[in-house]
Design a protein around this ligand. Structure first.
Ligand code: PMP
Length: 419
């Protein structure tokens, strides 16, 4: 027997609610790639907490580690105290993630969630360089607090806050001009223009694939050219890997495909592994100019999340098996989308690894497809500047059978909407 009134969500929850609006079900339990609602109906989850559930709901391996930790009265809240759970996470992150990739980063726990990592990255870049302005990109998304919102290139999202607080200049993301811009000479000219130009920014912040922005994929050469330019001009390069990190595009860090080493990297969403809040800001050791207490917050030491984060790294990132599986499943989605696109007019596809988008001509068609999919037990969301892209982010641990089942629902819904 439920102990809440059936209209409590309508009467008491703020209108600011977003994703869940298209999904009126009230959900109860979840396992792997599946959610169950209170009527017992099951839904395949191709949204996965917007990328926070790369290892699926209630992953049994992570659950066992978490239950052991709780049973042993392990510390839950530790602020920034040194705890065994934190030490073991840091050691595992160093040994299995950073060292094998030849990466040397210091690790900061900036707060519970992605936007906290972005805020600390922006603050650090400004402190290190003594400069204030930031370059961001068209259609970027970096978070909803005032600093990260200032570098979010989506005016609808910014509308709630008015003008940017951080001085940010949006530049065209890769392929903004349909591939016409092949180098950054235009960027250099703007940098050099002392009259009306950029006046040397502190940092450039970029996603390798823009998730919220509509699955816009930066080519490795574009990322390399950007990294080279930043290095030459002594501008710090921040890669925001909050959504595309932790294997979403295949490798653990999404920038590995370009062979670059950003100065600062943000991680959150799936880093905790079990869907619990955790965020990291990584930066090159020489950038560690923070003084004690210059960026703190109460919920930086989520020790149960350290435990599941460590276990997830051990289980999935001790060798390259998982990465290969992710790439193979990504190709499975892509092949399906390519055949769907050749069967129907008015759609196209783009993506990398297990973030794949189906691009419709308008938001109405994309919303209808997601609505039909929901009715048939598939959760998928739209993204993009006008919500015209159906973005798939299934758990990376999903089976091929589950993937095919969900894709079949999506294919059917697309055919019905477009025919
Ligand atoms: N950066 C990127 C690239 C994101 O996709 C998001 C969340 N969608 C954020 C930052 C903000 O993370 P959070 O919602 O956890 O604050």
């Amino acid at each position: 027997q439920e102990t809440f009134s059936s209209n409590i969500f309508e009467t008491r929850e703020s209108e600011v609610r977003s994703y869940s609006r298209g999904w009126p079900a009230i959900f109860t339990t979840a396992k792997g790639a599946w959610l169950t609602d209170r009527d017992g109906k099951q839904y395949l989850d191709f949204f996965a907490g917007a990328g926070a559930l790369n290892y699926g709901h209630n992953n049994p391996i992570l659950k066992a580690a978490l239950l052991d930790y709780i049973e042993s009265d392990g510390i839950t809240h530790g602020l920034d105290m040194s705890t065994v759970a934190k030490g073991e996470f840091l050691q595992t992150f160093q040994d299995k993630i950073l060292a094998p990739r030849g990466l040397d980063y210091k690790v900061q726990f900036p707060g519970p969630t992605g936007t906290n990592a972005v805020e600390s990255a922006l603050k650090l870049a400004r402190k290190v360089t003594g400069r204030t302005s930031i370059i961001n990109f068209t259609n970027a998304f970096h978070g909803m607090t005032l600093g990260s919102l200032s570098v979010t290139g989506n005016s609808m999202k910014r509308a709630g806050a008015g003008i940017p607080l951080v001085h940010a200049t949006p530049m065209p993301f890769d392929n903004y001009f349909d591939g016409v811009v092949e180098d950054f000479s235009w960027f250099e000219r703007v940098l050099d223009d002392s009259g009306s130009g950029l006046n040397r920014p502190a940092a450039v912040i970029v996603e390798t694939v823009q998730g919220e922005g509509g699955v816009n994929v930066a080519r490795p050469e574009w990322l390399q050219a950007l990294a080279e330019l930043c290095k030459r001009r002594e501008i710090l390069l921040i890669v925001d890997d909050v959504q595309m990190g932790c294997g979403r595009t295949g490798p653990f860090f999404s920038f590995e495909i370009a062979g670059i080493q950003p100065d600062i990297v943000t991680l959150s969403k799936s880093i905790g592994g079990y869907g619990m809040p955790m965020a990291l800001t990584l930066f090159k050791p020489e950038l560690d100019v923070w003084g004690p207490g210059e960026h703190n917050g109460t919920f930086r030491g989520n020790n149960p999340a350290f435990v599941t984060a460590k276990r997830a790294i051990e289980e999935y990132w001790s060798d390259d098996t998982f990465e290969k599986e992710v790439i193979a499943k990504g190709e499975r989605i892509r092949d399906f989308f390519i055949s769907l696109c050749s069967a129907h007019q008015g759609i196209s596809t783009r993506g990398r690894g297990m973030v794949q988008g189906l691009v419709f001509e308008d938001a109405d068609a994309a919303a209808k497809v997601c609505g039909l999919a929901y009715d048939r037990g598939l959760l998928a969301e739209t993204s993009g500047p006008s919500d015209e892209v159906v973005k798939l982010l299934p758990p990376l641990t999903i089976t091929n059978e589950e993937l095919d089942q969900g894709l079949a629902i999506l294919g059917q819904a697309t055919a019905e909407v477009l025919n």
